[in-house]
Design a protein around this ligand. Sequence first.
Ligand code: SF4
Ligand code: SF4
Length: 200
Amino acid sequence: MARPTPRSTARKLETPSTAQDTRRLLAKALAKAAADYQNAAVIPHCTQCTKPCCKLESLVLELEWKPVKLLWRIEESRHAFDRRLATGQGPEEIRAGNGLYYIHGKACPAYDETQGSCRIYGQPLKPPGCSDFPVYEDEGGIMADLRCEAVDLDALVAWIARALGPGFRIVKSADEEFPFLVTLSVRKVSGKPSRTSAHK
Ligand code: SF4
Ligand code: SF4
């Protein structure tokens, strides 16, 4: 499959007045590049995915009370629901902790298994974590979750490098504990701008 390529956003990085501006512009360019990559390479694959993340078989969905209440159509109070969970009578896929709810082992109620899509796509109720998955900007770098089969790491590195333009290089590093989580760090090339390159 031919991969679309991003238009360079380097022009936006050329005129920062302070280091803070540089970081802000870089983060903005990375967030856009990540969103563009998702739109071009990930989302079109979702309906044919063999391991949909929304089935929550390997991923855990983290939610606050409001989306839990709405998605599971809970009518009782939070206190009553928490008590039900604590006594093992709540939805077995939901665990409570740290003021949040963790869902695992059963498909998200917003997942349309027939269509292979999210019923609340583009709506405010859709959790930010879902929109971020599997590629998002984080503290001036890019986080990529390789549990998504649509992510091609080399293609993603090339995509980000192209989006930033010459003057930057991308460095890959996998999380030691969770090697499917890969950070793409951005390094400024000192001196005369050179062709952007990717390193393991
Ligand atoms: S794992 Fe990736 S390709 Fe599969 S449904 Fe989730 S985002 Fe889409
Ligand atoms: S809210 Fe939508 S994107 Fe998020 S897990 Fe549920 S179905 Fe998937």
